[in-house]
Write a protein that binds this ligand. Structure first.
Ligand code: GRF
Length: 202
């Protein structure tokens, strides 16, 4: 399976994928793309010898044109799974049409609670005691696609977003590689009775 990773920031999830799934069980990370020219994730890709490119929206006439250019570049690299690992822009429907059912995302909350930006701040403001991470398929909504994996952590006295995020990132670095490995094994499918439900064969 050829995996493409989209990342806007630091790229610690990309790093976890490079260390834990790249070159194992028939999984290869073939491309890393970013909406930001200066994303540190791109340097991580370069260091690992993985093709990388940036697609800042300002270079195109609109977001959709950017997304189509990016999709075209990923198709050229024969990517057949796209992983959003801290990719902070919305993908247009025409991008998703190029990879139907083959785009996944990692989100630092237990969806459907706290979708969108600032999930950890939202959760802290709400006063929850249990936080968590979701890996899900991407559909046209914001963090609304079918849930593949989730893991919770109780942090009853949490106050600082940075502390919570650090604990959640440890979970992300486990859960996202696990999801990619399961998909590569063909162990992930949608329940025909309720396609919101993701079935996992272990
Ligand atoms: C992750 O916490 C992810 O859940 C969120 O953005 C962060 C990206 O971190 N969407 P990194 O760039 O992978 O270090």
């Amino acid at each position: 399976m050829n995996v493409a990773v989209l990342a806007s920031g630091v790229g610690s999830n990309l790093q976890a994928l490079l260390e834990r799934v790249h070159g194992r069980e028939g999984v290869s990370i073939v491309a890393v793309a970013s909406d930001r020219v200066d994303a540190p994730a791109l340097s991580r890709a370069r260091e690992a010898g993985v093709a990388c490119a940036s697609f800042p929206v300002g270079r195109y006439r609109a977001r959709e044109a950017r997304d189509l250019a990016m999709a075209g570049w990923l198709v050229e690299r024969e990517a057949n799974l796209v992983v959003l690992a801290g990719y902070m822009a919305l993908l247009s429907p025409s991008f998703l049409l190029r990879f139907p059912g083959r785009v996944i995302n990692v989100h630092p909350a237990l969806l459907p609670a706290f979708p969108g930006l600032g999930a950890v701040a939202q959760a802290l403001a709400y006063g929850v005691k249990v936080f968590g991470v979701t890996v899900h398929f991407v559909d046209e909504g914001v963090d609304t696609g079918p849930v593949i994996l989730q893991r919770a952590i109780e942090l009853a006295d949490a106050r600082e977003p940075a502390d919570v995020l650090a604990r959640l990132q440890e979970i992300e670095h486990d859960l996202l590689p696990e999801a990619v490995t399961l998909i590569a094994r063909g162990a992930v499918s949608l329940d025909p009775v309720n396609p919101r439900r993701v079935l996992i064969e272990r």
